[in-house]
Design a protein around this ligand. Structure first.
Ligand SMILES: [Zn+2]
Length: 150
């Protein structure tokens, strides 16, 4: 029985440098499709990340970033649209994104280690959180918590 042929990432890598923008775009689309593939997702994320940072065309950089964002948003909890602003996504080194409610982070005094810094008179706190999928420890970006929750 023939095994299903896996897409060739080296080929996609060179297609990302193709002289035709539509070829580059097609490569981004193929990579986006690989983000759900257990074996290839990390390599696909890395290549998209590199593309978003260095591709010659801004439009291709943007497409790569959007492909990653769309995948990461899938792990956003189902909350009312007005609530989404309170959520921050934190991505671990295996490219899993876990969303945290910043209000819950700020209120909690036991579960999360927090690190405060004063920057330009504002107190910003970083929280040590854990990836929901692989349990890797990671840090949130600095959050400004309401004073009563510090
Ligand atoms: Zn993880």
């Amino acid at each position: 029985m023939a095994k299903k042929k896996k897409p060739d990432l080296d080929k996609l890598r060179s297609q990302l440098e193709h002289e035709l923008i539509r070829e580059r775009r097609a490569a981004v689309e193929q990579l986006a499709g690989l983000l759900t593939d257990e074996q290839l997702r990390i390599a696909a994320f890395k290549l998209l990340e590199e593309t978003a940072a260095t591709n010659f065309y801004g439009i291709i950089q943007k497409a790569a970033r959007e492909a990653m964002d769309a995948e990461q948003r899938k792990s956003m909890p189902a909350v009312a649209p007005a609530e989404t602003m309170f959520y921050i996504g934190v991505t671990c080194s295996n490219y899993h994104t876990t969303y945290f409610d910043r209000r819950a982070l700020c209120r909690d005094k036991t579960l999360y280690r927090r690190n405060a810094q004063v920057v330009d008179g504002r107190t910003l706190e970083e929280f040590e959180v854990v990836c929901e999928v692989c349990k890797e420890k990671m840090k949130t970006p600095p959050i400004e918590c309401p004073e009563e929750t510090r």
